[in-house]
Design a protein around this ligand. Structure first.
Ligand code: ZN
Length: 121
């Protein structure tokens, strides 16, 4: 592979991703968590584990937001949306990213009160 081949394949990837994003806007309202979970088996694992994030912990505090940003979201990023490394016409879209984000974040247990991070303001 020479530099031109590489440039062509990057260009082709970007066009494919743009076109998929345009086409997918039409279908975004029909997108469901069940569809995402069927396309990416790791979602089921994350979704099942999320409500147990605070189970059996001996830490003084548990913060759902802190856990989301530091533990769960980093595991989601390679699976869905623009940071997914391979091209996927559904999982690569921002609609899929938004749905996965809301679903997984929503599955986390609430902060243990008082939460030093959420109550800081
Ligand atoms: Zn909190």
């Amino acid at each position: 592979m020479n530099a031109n081949d590489n440039a062509d394949s990057i260009f082709e990837y970007c066009c494919k991703a743009d076109e998929a994003e345009r086409q997918f806007e039409i279908f975004a309202p029909l997108l469901s968590w069940a569809m995402l979970a069927a396309l990416e088996p790791k979602f089921a694992e994350l979704f099942t584990a999320a409500p147990l994030a605070d189970a059996g912990r001996r830490d003084e505090y548990f913060c759902g937001q802190h856990y989301w940003h530091n533990k769960l979201k980093p595991q989601m990023l390679p699976l869905v949306g623009p940071s997914r490394p391979d091209f996927h016409p559904v999982l690569g879209t921002s609609a899929a990213y938004d749905l996965a984000y809301d679903t997984l974040q929503g599955a986390l247990p609430p902060c243990r009160q008082p939460c030093p991070w959420c109550d800081a303001e």
